[in-house]
Design a protein around this ligand. Sequence first.
Ligand code: BGC
Length: 731
Amino acid sequence: MKKITALLVSLLFTHAIHAQDHTDLYGIKVDSLISLMTLEEKIGQLNMLTGNWEATGPVLNDSNKAEKLKKGEVGSMLNVKGSTNTHELQSLALTSRLGIPVLFGQDVVHGYKTIFPIPLAQAASFDPAAIRSAARVSAREAAVSGIHWVFSPMLDVSRDPRWGWVMEGPGEDPFLASVIARAMTEGYQEPFGDGLSVMACAKHFAAYSGAIGGRDYNTVDISLQTLHNLYLPPFKVAAQSGIASFMTSFNEINGIPATAHPYIYDLLYNQWNFNGMVVSDWGAIREMVMHGYSKDRKQAARQAIQTGITIDMESNCYSNYLKELVEEGSVREETIDKAVKQVLLQKFRLGLFDSPYKYGNELKEKEELLSPSHRETARDVVRRSIILLKNEANLLPVTHTPRNIAVIGPLAYSKRDMDGNWVSLSNESVAVTLLEALKERYPQSNILFAEGYPATGEDRSGFNQAIEIARNADLAIVTLGETWNMTGEARSKGDINLPEVQQQLASAIYQANPNTITLLMAGRPTIFTQISEEMPAILYCWWLGTEASHAITDVITGTYNPSARVPMSFPAHLGQIPVYYNHKNTGRPPVESEKNYSGRYMDITHKPRYPFGFGLSYTEFTYTAIQTGLKKDRLTLSLDLSNTGNYDGTELVQVYINKVWGASTRPVKELKAFERVFLKKGETRRVDLEIPFSEMIYYENDGWGDEKGDYKLFIGRSSSDILFETSFSIE
Ligand code: BGC
């Protein structure tokens, strides 16, 4: 009977497919299917359960879940990976009365099997095309492994590097984050439904990164102005780019948990016209009780569904209470139907009703996962994500073949730490170690390795050996930083200084051999004062994934000229946090030399160590013939950019504005346009950029202002290295 019903629904509309617009068509199909569903089956579609996190054997340790799948009580699952496992569970779902296929979602945050740089490192590339290509590869690998839906991009703009989550985000700037939001959404989703694209998910909605003190899950208490101008822009762009889903965030915003915050969901559904699904974060619905907002889980279920949260991830609040709530009249069945419609619509759009095993294919899995072309894409994205922070006496690039190379630090022979945190298949790292990559690159060199310092702890007993090999080498490479689990969810830190033991060892190595290159690997901006002052050449290498080491050697040898920029200010002192470029001016801006009545610190500088947008290259660029103009709805600017140095390379042209005065104060600088420009040595090219006036508006005190007003325009190499400044007014 059940199969027949499903078949009927399908046949009934096969004919109409050609005659009607797809969206309408799916709408009709969905309505028809909903009319056949019991209340329990509807609620099942809103219920998401987990498989086993690292499932290598039977996927479900709880046989009850299999029963639930068979009864249509589960609409989606997460943490089930691989075509065999997903097929096994899909086949259970298909035996349910209406045979509705289940959705498989997964945290594919920076790659599925081919691991890409952590998102914060990708942001450092300022390269939407590269970011899109990383998402595309990740989508393909996930799709052939049976995944329909990735819980990415994470779009939480963050100013606080203590917050562990920064590694998954786009950094501190809402404009850059918005560009990334579009690139990742397109990369994951397009072309939608081809079996190699997946649904993307904008998370965490919203203001998750505003956690007080940078402590994970902490309270968020912010103005509407900050919400609209800082946190929401990338989410709005994701919605406008057609993203299939949003995920709630664990925090409250000004007294109401984000998971039931009427204000932000009114924006999402009614002003941004989003028509996809919203999934709660893990257990976030039941956590509203702990927040002290919901009286009990039943009330939490009511509040969440009424706010527009489509799917309950692992709270069991919907499955336990929605039926009761409908039967007693506190939730209308139409509210449930609306959410069910959101889910079924996506299942139709993905083509799962016609072909439930469309995603997940063992043969393709073998072809696609870690394919040479995927690894090549990863290597390219990695190279674009490495920031050259310092290069005294042009120590880099190393274009000769050193006879003896000393490699120091435990990160140089680690695979797992290359991948970084929050990877899908975490225990199976296939990353190449730096030692391996260097040996591949310099087969003629004598490469010696010493650990020098421990991955954790303060033991200095390895110092002597490390110093010894450095002293006798032509080149020393010191790797410093964090192991993979030191940044990420629930990995907030009160102290982001690099451990003293690492800084001391680096200094000792430098004393023994001035030809020392420092590689810093971490999931967040860290503080390393002694190193930044003393060491001559520093590359910030983040956690870069499978191809990290090949790409790092590409940069060391000059095969690739570094082009990345700081996506989030690197503090000079802990006490400055949060420190960010797009701050307001205040009535008494800080002046370092002004002892009294200026907004400076008495004991430390107020300036970051490395400001937003900063990053060096092996070559040099000059900007000439800068022209600006105003058109009806946009500002235009053009300039001649010349590569005047000794290497081919890429410059990042950055354009900032400042609205000088108005109904609301504005940041001293706001990034509004940027472009990566590759120039051969000696080449000059005209670069044209524009800023639509719509980009200049700002949420003032109680609503959006308009673009009219007096502005300054800055063109620079970073947010603090300004080469050109002019003024303009929009009447
Ligand atoms: C995280 C989400 C993630 C979810 C599912 C939560 O703890 O906050 O970002 O998507 O788990 O794994």
